[in-house]
Design a protein around this ligand. Structure first.
Ligand code: CNA
Length: 261
């Protein structure tokens, strides 16, 4: 089946669905300019860090937060000026047209919200909110950026504790799990985009869906938690190319004043 045929089918299913849920992963944001973590151009290499796996280890963070912040500073610099992709904007427009019930994202970059989506469940947390490890005072991203211009590790103005972004580290509990599971279970159309479906529990969510499952992913897709014969439409295509065609088939949702272009 060719790309435009697959896009036409996806558009038809979107038109007929009443509870659409998107499950997104790192591949959705590569077109925005955010590389994966471990590839040749990956963020781990940019940060010149020898032990990338330890970056998101909560024990390591508490012992030496400067290790994480060397990486995080680079990540925040990279994010400055990046814009959501076409597909981010398409999902925001779908929500505004009341087709989309929720986005469950494994991404921490905040690009769904930047595109205008409001029903976003960040299962691995996100960088937009931050808390003091000691007294739990909250700080927004601009506060942290301002502190990082003055010190290598941002410290709490109230108690002097270390501030940490609300990103889920290894050793911490994922966010909104029950709500994510409920959305997946209620979805009559689940659209999985840009995820290899390797990281659990997010990778287990499609198995809860009783409706149709569409996967748009070019590259590795693990069959461990989602068997190929459970996927109703599998587009091994570039995400933006695919949803540009879906959008056209739906009459141009992203240009109907919905999405932030
Ligand atoms: P992953 O395991 O890196 O899978 C991404 C998938 O997307 C791969 O199969 C790629 O081949 C595919 N892909 C990449 N670009 C495209 C494209 N343009 N079109 C179609 N397919 C594409 O990432 P997952 O999200 O599944 O899970 C792993 C971790 C990585 C999650 O916890 C993420 O939080 C974390 N991560 C997040 C970001 C971010 O916030 N933007 C960036 C890097 C890693």
């Amino acid at each position: 089946m060719n790309l435009s045929h697959q896009a036409a089918i996806c558009a038809e299913w979107i038109r007929n669905a009443s509870h659409i849920v998107v499950l997104s992963g790192a591949g959705l944001s590569t077109a925005a300019g955010i590389p994966d973590f471990r590839g040749p151009q990956g963020l781990y290499r940019r940060a010149s860090i020898d032990e990338p796996e330890a970056l998101f280890d909560i024990g390591r963070f508490d012992a030496d937060p400067s290790f994480f912040y060397r990486f995080h500073r680079e990540f925040l610099d990279l994010l400055d000026g990046l814009r959501p992709t076409f597909a981010h904007r398409f999902f925001a427009a779908l929500e505004q047209q009341e087709h989309l019930a929720a986005v469950v994202t494994q991404n921490i970059d905040g690009l769904h919200q930047a595109a205008g989506s409001t029903k976003v469940l960040e299962i691995h947390g996100g960088i937009r909110t931050n808390h003091c490890r000691r007294c739990r005072t909250s700080y927004d991203l601009d506060d942290v950026k301002a502190l990082l211009t003055m010190e290598p590790v941002p410290h709490c103005g109230r108690c002097g504790g270390v501030i940490k972004p609300d990103v889920v580290f290894f050793g911490e509990t994922v966010r909104h799990l029950e709500e994510c599971q409920q959305e997946a279970a209620e979805a009559d159309l689940l659209v999985v985009v840009g995820s290899s479906l390797v990281v659990t529990p997010a990778a287990l969510l499609p198995s809860l869906c009783r409706g149709k499952i569409v996967v748009v992913n070019k590259g590795e897709l693990s069959p461990t938690y989602l068997a190929r014969d459970r996927i109703d439409l599998y587009a091994e295509e570039d995400i933006d190319a695919f949803f540009t065609l879906v959008d056209e088939a739906l009459g141009g949702l992203t240009t109907k004043g919905g999405a932030d272009s």
